[in-house]
Design a protein around this ligand. Structure first.
Ligand SMILES: [Zn+2]
Length: 144
């Protein structure tokens, strides 16, 4: 099978995305980027808990950021956290208190942003939270 390669001679991209590896949010998150933000091409850094790995100085997470910055010359990083994230113990850890869970993730996103800013002050960091709504029938993406 052959599929067209759209980036011959191109080695730079504007955006890197840090998101959780969780299969339940991947396609929808990419749909949000395309439809809402107009971002269709990006480095994808998919790691359990997204920002959690950056805050923890995880080698692979930091190396991935370095490749995006040094090699692909990204200008911005988008960090996405999601509700019911297993890396953080899932929604169960918050005893069904969705507001408390979202507040916690917003704090984690802020810590992640500060960490990225300290490493790469030139990069713009956008934080997104993926919230389950309508009795978990939909995902609502909120820019924090
Ligand atoms: Zn997750």
């Amino acid at each position: 099978m052959k599929i067209e390669f759209k980036f011959k001679g191109i080695h730079a991209v504007d955006t890197a995305v840090v998101l959780c590896m969780d299969f339940r949010f991947q396609k929808e998150t990419q749909e949000f980027f395309g439809k809402e933000l107009g971002i269709n091409n990006f480095d994808l850094i998919a790691i359990p808990g997204a920002g959690q790995a950056i805050i923890a100085d995880d080698d692979l997470a930091l190396k991935s950021l370095a490749v995006s910055n040094d090699l692909h010359h990204v200008k911005k990083i988008i960090v996405v956290h999601h509700q019911d994230c297993g890396a953080y113990g899932g929604s169960g850890k918050f005893n069904g208190d969705a507001m408390a869970e979202e507040s916690f993730h917003k704090e984690e996103l802020q810590k992640t942003k500060e960490k990225i800013n300290s490493l790469y002050p030139n990069l713009e960091v956008t934080m997104v939270f993926a919230r389950l709504t309508d009795d978990s029938a939909n995902i609502e993406f909120v820019i924090v």
